[in-house]
Design a protein. Structure first.
Length: 355
């Protein structure tokens, strides 16, 4: 079995971060989302991975390389413009050949993994097997309607009156039968080749399509709120380790990871939290559910439930919470002679200032 990972989307909901980096490289617990995805795929015993990439392909390749460090072999498959998930299958046909494969959206986090579902697919080999998850409002998702044996009868995209609460969550298992279906469908009204249409074609032509429910934690990391919530979830499972330097005036409480080369000086860190390699924390208070990236500097600062990406600098700022601070960004006080706020704000940025 091979894997096809989709990482060509533009990430409009994560602007302004997605202007300068692929959304799939946003770190969760100091590890890019794509790395979490590839580790899940490796756990399935799959080592041949094709990654669909858009114009940010070189950035993704610079982080993941050929996959050797993760125990997989990566083939990068370029896509000029996003034209639907089924089009990605068509683009990847030379890589996939006649092998079974799992298709995995590169911004989806399923920390508990899908090993059980993969084993079921390998044992039964339906033409397609979709992974579903119960949601409170199915109207926002593609929804699978099943018969009493768990076979898919119909897929409905964002139904106004859903007959099922089982949402498709971005992991699909396919045999080569999917290629005939992709070749047979036409673009949807929005001009894309929809994977739901291809799967529905299989159903309509008598092929067996099954659904398996994933009942663990799932998050589509498409918004800042989702990234922070997912970071909280993953940090809850970290184990303490200290490979850096923590001076005698500092206190570590709970599960705290201090990576190699990091220094903690006269500071209090309340876990779960991660302090990235090469980062310096001085005279600061790091609260729970915070990930600080590599080579950051935090001075006289209180921050919690937040993520600071590599190279960020935060100084003399109190009460930072629910914040996502970009790479090499600088957050600091205004000139002492002014009582006004000064902001340099890019497109699609949201800033919340206390009254």
């Amino acid at each position: 079995m091979k894997a096809l990972v989709l990482s060509g989307g533009s990430g409009t909901r994560l602007r302004p971060f997605s202007y300068s980096m692929p959304k799939q490289l946003i770190p969760i617990a100091n590890k890019p989302v794509l790395q979490h995805v590839l580790e899940n795929i490796k756990d399935l015993g799959i080592t041949e991975v094709g990654i669909i990439v858009g114009d940010r392909g070189p950035q993704i390749q610079s982080v993941l390389g050929d996959g050797a460090d993760l125990g997989v072999r990566i083939t990068y498959i370029p896509q000029d413009l996003p034209r639907g998930l089924a089009q990605c299958v068509s683009l990847a046909r030379p890589f996939l050949g006649d092998d079974d494969f799992v298709m995995y959206l590169g911004d989806n986090m399923l920390p508990e993994g899908v090993e059980r579902i993969a084993e079921q697919f390998r044992a039964e080999r339906p033409a397609a097997q979709v992974v579903v998850h119960k949601v409170s409002d199915p109207r926002a998702f593609g929804v699978a309607e099943l018969d009493e044996n768990g076979r898919v009868e119909r897929l409905v995209e964002k139904p106004q009156h859903p007959r099922s609460d089982l949402a498709l969550i971005g992991v699909y298992f396919f045999t080569p039968a999917i290629h005939e279906a992709v070749d047979a469908i036409e673009p949807s009204p929005r001009g894309e080749l929809e994977i739901t249409d291809a799967i529905q074609w299989l159903v309509s032509h008598g092929a067996e399509v099954k659904a398996s429910e994933y009942d663990g934690y799932w998050k589509d990391t498409g918004r800042v709120e989702d990234v922070l919530e997912c970071n909280r979830k993953l940090l809850d499972d970290v184990s303490s380790s200290n490979a850096g330097e923590v001076d005698a005036a500092s206190t570590l409480v709970g599960q705290v990871v201090v990576e190699p080369g990091a220094r903690v000086i006269n500071s209090r860190i309340e876990g779960p939290a991660i302090i990235g390699a090469g980062t310096v924390v001085r005279n600061s208070h790091i609260g729970p559910h915070t990930s600080i990236g590599r080579d950051c500097e935090l001075t006289d600062t209180h921050i919690e439930y937040s993520i600071a990406l590599d190279g960020a600098t935060v100084s003399q700022v109190r009460g930072l919470r629910s914040s996502l601070i970009g790479r090499s960004a600088s957050v600091g006080p205004a000139d002492h002679n002014t009582h006004h706020h000064r902001l340099v704000v890019g497109d699609h940025t949201r800033v919340e200032v206390a009254a």
